[in-house]
Design a protein around this ligand. Structure first.
Ligand SMILES: N[C@@H](CCC(=O)N[C@@H](CSC=O)C(=O)NCC(=O)O)C(=O)O
Length: 277
């Protein structure tokens, strides 16, 4: 693991690391925020922050304004990239497919299957790396925005033993039923939609083995809300499955990081509460 950059921030450290990923078969970069509590000799729990289409590990770290709250709460933030990258990695000219748009699935269709294994990367490889190199406990929460909001919901529901809580800003919730998801799933998983449900949060609610606490915020002025997101579908599915969801509609907020920055404190406090801080 190679340190790319390190800056002091709120008495802790904002850093970027590069490493060779076995599951994605390429070099991956991630960002972390290490709170001061670590320098005081404590192990801290981790919140994984998954970004959306077109993002890298730097969107959340530079725009969400989360570090000041992570510093106060004693949380480490891990901000992964949204796909494998590099010259030898398949890509597409469109912003919603290929590099920057991995959708947190393990691709099975050519040419994507060779590198696009973001599900295994987020669930297994990255946490193992983090737990080997940083002063962290094995307690984790996961959150995300848009495509990353969906990734967080889907991953948490499939792995309720691994996460204490999950939250999402303006998430895609039913990718099998909206244009962004249908395009990505057809490419990564093949045209047979039977293989898609395992990665669709509205289906994954039925496979949760624990009542994991869920928080979702949605802006009413989000251009993607009616066509690509529709979080109410998830709220209904989760309630039918008996899962506790707190859903906030935020008047006049859009899809941007200005929206995320406005409510990120409440998401980190939610996770801190369920992580027992
Ligand atoms: N209109 C786009 C779409 C890109 C976009 O809005 N990306 C969002 C996430 S959307 C769902 O996953 C984002 O987070 N962008 C980065 C940012 O810093 O705001 C386009 O034309 O590119």
């Amino acid at each position: 693991m190679q340190l790319v950059s390190s800056q002091k921030m709120f008495n802790g450290w904002q850093q970027r690391y590069r490493h060779q990923s076995e599951v994605n078969q390429c070099e991956m970069t991630f960002s972390v925020y290490v709170p001061f509590r670590v320098a005081q000799g404590h192990k801290v729990p981790v919140v994984y922050c998954l970004s959306g289409l077109t993002c890298s590990d730097e969107n959340f770290s530079t725009k969400a304004g989360a570090q000041q709250y992570a510093a106060q709460l004693g949380l480490m933030l891990v901000m992964p990239d949204t796909s494998p990258r590099g010259e030898g990695v398949a890509d597409d000219a469109a912003y919603d497919l290929g590099q920057g748009a991995g959708f947190y699935v393990n691709a099975t269709a050519a040419p994507w299957a060779a590198h696009y294994r973001m599900y295994d990367y987020i669930v297994s490889e990255l946490p193992a790396l983090i737990e080997a190199h940083f002063q962290v406990t094995k307690e984790r929460a996961i959150m995300g925005h848009s495509m990353g909001g969906h990734g967080a919901l889907m991953i948490a529901l499939r792995n309720t033993d691994r996460y204490s809580s999950v939250s999402a800003f303006a998430p895609i919730v039913n990718p099998m039923d909206v244009p962004w998801g249908q395009k990505a799933f057809a490419a990564y998983l093949g045209e047979d939609s039977k293989a898609w449900a395992q990665y669709d949060a509205c289906h994954c609610v039925n496979h949760a083995t624990k009542r994991i606490p869920i928080l979702i915020d949605q802006g009413s002025a989000d251009d993607f809300y009616p066509s690509q997101l529709q979080p109410e579908k998830f709220v209904t599915a989760a309630k039918v499955a008996g899962l506790p969801v707190r859903y906030n509609m935020r008047p006049e907020y859009d899809h941007s990081y200005y929206f995320i920055a406005s409510f990120v404190e409440s998401h980190l406090s939610f996770h801190a509460e369920h992580l027992g801080l």
